[in-house]
Design a protein around this ligand. Sequence first.
Ligand code: AHR
Length: 723
Amino acid sequence: MLKLRKKAYMQLSGNEINIPFFFQRCWLIFIRTSVRCPVRVVSAGLARMPLLICRHIINNGKEQSNMKRITISVLFAMTACSWIHAQHTLTVKVNEPKASIQPTMWGIFFEDINLGADGGLYAELVKNRSFEFSKPMMGWTVLGKPLTEGDFTVLNRLQQNSANPRFLRVTLHNNTKGSIGLNNEGFRGMGIKKDLRYDFSVLYRQTAANVKMYIELVNEKGEYIGGGAVATSFSGAEWRKQTLSFNATAAAMKAKMNIWFEGDGIIDLDMVSLFPEDTWKKRPGGMRADMVQLLADMKPGFIRFPGGCIVEGFDLSQRYQWKKTIGPIEERQLIVNRWNFEFPHRAAPDYFQSFGLGFFEYFQLAEDIGAEPLPILNCGMACQFNSAELVPLDQLDPYVQDALDLVEFANGDTSTKWGKIRAGMGHPAPFHLKLMGVGNENWGPQYLERLKIFTKAIKEKYPDVKLVNSSGTDPNGARFDYLNTELRSMNADIIDEHYYRKPEWFFSNAKRYDNYPRTGSKIFGGEYAAQSDKTVSVDNKNCWLTALSEAAFMTGLERNADVVSMASYAPLFAHIDGWQWTPDLIWVNNLQSYGTPDYYVQKLYSLNKGTQVVPITLNNEVVAGQDSLYAAACIDAKTNELIVKLVNASAKEQTNTISLEGVKKLAPQASLTVLQSDNLYSINSFDQPQKVAPKESAMAIKGKKINLVAAPYSFSVFKVKMM
Ligand code: AHR
């Protein structure tokens, strides 16, 4: 023990981590006392250390916004907890199921933030393809020397086409190829793969067939890497679609596209588009397959779309209107993305919503990946952080009608108005919509007034559709308490709670739902992510500490599956060159994507969902922080497996005996999947996408007592078949 004390002292006073003197003294006193205490007392004290230390930092005035200092505190606490190494017996009562786990339990949250849709999941490579951005030529540069002013003009035909009013007119004066043209820079360049086919298309019209167009892709050095001539042979007043497919001769992360003009006369252009062939399911005009694959790999129970604040809009004119996102893409009306200007320090002036990825595509995506669709609709309120515009109650009908029509669009047979439109888009079968959200992060009596009107109308027509209601932006406080009380008294189906909090909040809230009412409204952890620094800080990282804290917290969600029926991390995607918000589950560039440690936590939970919660206890108590251990157990009735999830948030290996009661026999071999890093700062990256990634191994099983060695800072998923 003397050695231990010396080691502790040396570590505490070492230069490596600068722990405040206060803590050093506290800890030395604690070590001294602990030596004389029985193990249980020591354990109780140790379990509280992370909280005591975090609380001290926060209470002492200046809240530490710096990730390093907070993490050091947590690290210190966790390291401290592990110096006295106890052997634990965790008891699992396999034949005492406590709650059913909903198939929807672990899902995903999608929002067009961080170039999530345009420039991300939506595989379109041309930015501002229909010249509808506020600055109509944004993303485009004129090449060469036009002969006269007005050789490139933007025209507006608002009267004839209010959804897609602008187009570009190019006037040629006996031009030769290469003399004048246009360049499109892509969203942050265009990711091009060698030998892959690219499909160019354009809407054009010309009075005489005198103009030729040549497409070329160029790499970062301006070198040609693929293209061809577009056959613009039609003339007349009608718009024609012309396509050109070609293979790229080389790869480029940030290519650009040139269009060269040849001939004499006028040509009008609109919907200038370039897609890779290798979209998800090879659908023309589809989604980036690598990004969808990462989602499909999670086997999510649901997908929430289209957000997020984007549902609300800065003001009501910018709210998400699903009816404007379906049908032919040239008829989908572009609007600005609120993340274009929301954070001046991360401004994205070229961020708009083309809605090439619209509600039909979201429903189709949900179906593809086996997730329940969960659309969230505007409730007649714009974002309350922004304009907070309200629709007067007597003018709410069109909003409510949008909700009713959406159910018909998703589920109605092809004889209905909206079911027919769905069928016309290629999906006569229904999408089986069962869930719908009314409002995103809305709050206050104004929200409840509107919600009541929506609820009455929807429930009258579609009593089986379960409605998700907002409990505001925070998981506590006056706004939350008010909404929580009111929504429960209204018998809300599902209450959406959001928690963007520090890792210590996630560790210390593993028991959040243990005392929630067991009947009435269910909970949807609709948006959450541990913030290594603080919410909306650009310094937040998806490091192992954040992921580990989420894993610990999620043991509490699983344990309380009778209360919590759904949960999703947020936001989902971020483009490395175009993000506004961090942390995010999946990071992408123009060609690659990788899952963060947080992604792997989500995936492990989702792939090991189980069907029934069973008790797992340590000294007859739920495992929620004692000696930095967090655990949940469930059985999967479909496969007859027992699944134990165990988080060891301490710096030391911990040996645990899992003692199984209520089971006759186990298969001789189990599987153990471990997500682990000794370094809480570890992050994944494009260079090391698997730095923190699950490793699976087989475990021989004898009898009903299992020795589970939990590595330092680890999340383990143990799975065994019951015989
Ligand atoms: O996930 C990012 C944003 O966080 C969402 O748009 C909003 O709902 C929340 O405030």
